[in-house]
Design a binder for this molecule. Sequence first.
Ligand code: NAP
Length: 482
Amino acid sequence: MTDLLRHNANLIDGEWVPADSGKTLDVINPADGSVIGRVPNAGAAETRRAIEAAATAFTSFKQTLAAERADMLFALYDAIRANIDELAHILTAEQGKPIAEARGELALSAGYIRWFAEEARRIYGDIVPSPFKNRKLLVTREPVGVCAAITPWNFPSSMLSRKVGPALAAGCTVVIKPASQTPYSGLVWGALAEMAGFPKGVVNVVTGSAREIGGELTANPHVRKVTFTGSTEVGKMLIAQSATTVKKVSMELGGNAPFIVFDDADLDKAVDAAMIAKYRNAGQTCVCTNRFLVQDGIHDAFVEKLTERSRALKVGPGTGEGIDQGPLIDMDAVEKIEGLIADATDNGAKILAGGKRHALGGTFFEPTVLSGATTKMKIASEEIFGPVSAVYRFAGEDEAIRIANDTPYGLACYFFSRDLGRAFRVADALEYGLVGVNEGFFTTEVAPFGGVKESGLGSEGGRQGIEEYLVTKYISLGGLGG
Ligand code: NAP
């Protein structure tokens, strides 16, 4: 047990507390099925207290100077960096990703916090030229209030950094509800916020029943903002629940990313990028490629190289030396991809690599390549969330764009082409919030990340990220005529 893991408790109003019932949830290491710890199984009552603490803390925290908040965020950045190894080990223990990926995620978390520490001092307003005599029209930006942050298990640290960072920079207070499978990476935000000197009640963390905690967070009128990352299904429910008290919402939801390879692509670069865009986090990212659309002329060469590289991936526990792919999060994930592969092969797809559970057992799965995929298969419309590459063939540019856009999702997409005209045409035509052109990875704190259509609302990161935590106030200042 590490130091930061000592927090087998929730942080409410500056106190580390158990669930009222004393009940706990087991936290499982997906690499070996062992129980690594137990966290509180809290519900609505504890959440209500956390919200009240955040509401009380907001009255003073919103008055802090931007420079004071920036300094606390820089201290939070330092605390993450100083503990990065321990944090990465906690993350790998409960989530399964290779330790190098966990370190990368923590570095990204630190990056978001530093970015928003800088942004805290740039929350400008406007003075509007007045159409009235003897009046000044002032537009100011204020923190929205208490924010509820609900996050998934696949990026249990960085998904919080891009919510908590801008919320605190804006002067908001937060109640965090991390995923039940990865609660420690959420609870550590409480510990880190304490280290950084944030006043009590500014950051609260509650673990336990999603339905009860989510119900209270969305119904309680003190909460003015719900920021969620997770499935489209749960996101829609949270939007509906938040409507009763008209909360501001941001939603980072599911995807169905196409990765288009045109005949004029640089083949090796496309394959390098495909490996990242598909197999990072064992395929369990919202921006992971779901559909490889490959043009006739380059199809066979691309498939051959992708197959060779997929077979060469080293699968094993995330803490192992040189591991490329860890276990899947749980057995449901394994069964889901088995079902998608069976449906695809029943309908004519061919397995060129992998296709089954890995010899290591548990939730390890072989990196898999399927050729001959078609849009009629379930794998074309469902989020795979696993290490399965499904390759489709297409003939022309218009066809590729039509297939790529034929989904209710609109998060990430990728395409490879060396034709400048095509690069602009296709980037314009793709109905997605994130477009990688000749790139398989684009996440950075300095650019806005977010989806369109049923992939979400709002942006995280970039200069846009803080807007989600601000409201606009217009002050009409009259009587200036003397
Ligand atoms: P999920 O089932 O939607 O869960 C996400 C979070 O919502 C968890 O904390 C979960 O709590 C909570 N939750 C579940 N039911 C709830 C309810 N009724 N009320 C309130 N909260 C509730 O998603 P997941 O399986 O963890 O994550 C995978 C999904 O996230 C994928 O669809 C992926 O594409 C998406 N994702 C999107 C982005 C993005 O930036 N767009 C990034 C990462 C992931 P429990 O854990 O306690 O159930």
